[in-house]
Design a protein around this ligand. Structure first.
Ligand code: TTP
Ligand code: MG
Ligand code: MG
Length: 434
């Protein structure tokens, strides 16, 4: 009976899907079918890639991240180790048996959290609506940002480049589609270093040949139920009778039927109100001295201020963030009164904070953060001295924002920033996350 209700397909076929948009990026992506644009980004072999980044001797080597203990499990395996059939959650003993040449590296959670912060900061540069799912992945809602950021495939490439730049070389795989479910499947589809755009009108064709194990929230038990009903692919589920699915599966029935039809209305929820907004750069060459550091602060202040204004927030404080060439983190912060969205105010205060650090040190990372964030409409407490100057700066910042929106982010730079770039040999072209 089940046979009548499902499409025949080869469940074991390994679909090599090529989305139309993937062959001709940008053409269909620019069409009117994008009512929602959801990007999902997930780092490749996250812990292992960070270890390879920090220790060049580990690059190109099969790695197992975990503790070498009879009862421990593997956190992740580098892509060099995966062909041996090892991966996350496998007992270490078994992984060692399958890949005896693998180098076992204990995890460094603090470092992964630090890199996580860097990538989440990058995502926030593209949209105020970022939903982190774990340390290494997030949804980013790009709906309505095409005029500002470009078509989905361009944004996806820019996200990848910005993550690479911010982390000093790590790859993220990116999927973009019309709902969360398909975006997540798409980001996984071409790993590692993947990029796949599935336009909304191609979602069903994309999903159809994929195995039911790709359906969210099904689990091993649900998979078995579906298999017993002779449903092997997502296309099988999509073409099954929804009443029959409900009778056989209860509440799981409508769930899998909807997903199989790419019907996933869940919004991207920024799960916490932003506690801070920051921007930082890991430098190719360590620098020291105020004159070398300030241009990076100027650029970071501009970015942070732009993101504050986009999110409708003011900063009640600014934080200077530095990391020495010996990986020691230094932070200095000061309250801002009145709270501000002005990049020059953020920059000026951060420059003053430089007086409180050792400027003869060599620094490998320079950043600036805004904290104590307040809604823009909220009344400003405290002194109103300097109000005309603040208003003038606000106006200038907003004018720059609107020029950037109309002509692209690289279109306008402050004269002072250009001078700094030239003086200090900073890149003058458009940066991926500029
Ligand atoms: P994942 O994104 O699931 O995997 P990954 O980044 O290692 O590899 P992929 O390229 O396939 O995305 O998980 C992110 C990190 O979370 C991973 O590097 C280690 C950790 N992790 C565990 O510690 N245990 C687990 O079971 C899984 C799945 C992940
Ligand atoms: Mg990952
Ligand atoms: Mg992940």
């Amino acid at each position: 009976m089940a046979q009548d209700r499902r499409r025949t397909s080869d469940p074991d076929a390994h679909p090599d899907y090529r989305a139309p948009a993937d062959r001709a990026p940008g053409i269909r992506a620019a069409g009117a079918c994008w009512t929602r644009t959801i990007l999902h980004a997930d780092m490749d072999a996250f812990y292992a890639s960070v270890e390879q980044l920090d220790n060049p001797q580990l690059r190109g080597q099969p790695l197992l991240i975990g503790v070498d203990h009879p009862r421990s499990v593997v956190s992740t395996a580098s892509y060099e180790a995966r062909p041996f059939g090892v991966g996350s959650a496998m007992p270490m003993v078994e992984a060692k048996r399958r890949c005896p040449q693998a180098i076992i590296v204990p995890p460094r959670m603090q470092r992964y959290a630090e890199v996580s912060e860097q990538i989440m900061t990058v995502f926030a540069d593209f949209s105020p609506r970022v939903e982190p799912l774990s340390l290494d992945e997030a949804f980013v809602d790009l709906t309505g940002s095409e005029r500002l950021l470009g078509p989905p495939d361009v944004v996806a490439r820019n996200v990848k480049a910005a993550v690479k730049a911010a982390t000093g070389g790590l790859n993220v795989s990116v999927g973009v589609s019309g709902c969360k479910f398909v975006a997540k499947v798409a980001s996984d589809f071409r790993k590692p270093d993947g990029l796949l755009v599935v336009p909304p009108d191609a979602m069903l064709a994309f999903l159809a040949p994929l195995p039911i194990s790709r359906l969210w929230g099904v689990g091993k038990h649900g998979e078995e139920l579906l298999r017993n009903m002779d449903l092997r692919t997502i296309g099988d589920v999509a073409s099954a009778d929804p009443l029959w699915l409900k009778q056989r599966l209860g509440s799981l029935g409508p769930h899998v039927y909807a997903l199989a039809h790419a019907d996933d209305q869940r919004p991207v929820v920024a799960d916490r109100e932003a506690q801070s907004i920051s921007s930082e750069e890991t430098l190719d060459v360590d620098v020291s001295g105020r004159a070398a550091i300030e241009p990076y602060l100027l650029r970071a202040a501009d970015r942070v201020a732009r993101r504050l204004r986009r999110a409708g927030l003011r900063a009640g404080g600014v934080r200077l963030k530095l990391k020495t060439h010996k990986f020691q983190n230094l932070g200095r912060q000061v309250a801002l009164l009145p709270p501000t969205t002005s990049s020059s105010a953020l920059y000026d205060e951060a420059c003053k904070l430089l007086a409180h650090v050792d400027l003869t040190q060599r620094y490998r990372l320079i950043g600036l953060g805004a904290y104590d964030l307040q809604r823009e409409g909220a009344p400003i407490q405290g002194l109103l001295f300097g109000e005309p100057e603040r208003k003038k700066n606000d106006k200038l910042d907003r004018a720059l924002d609107s020029l950037r929106e109309r002509f692209g982010k690289g279109a306008v730079q402050r004269g002072s920033d250009m001078g700094a770039r030239e003086r200090f040999g900073l890149p003058t072209g458009k940066l991926p996350d500029d």
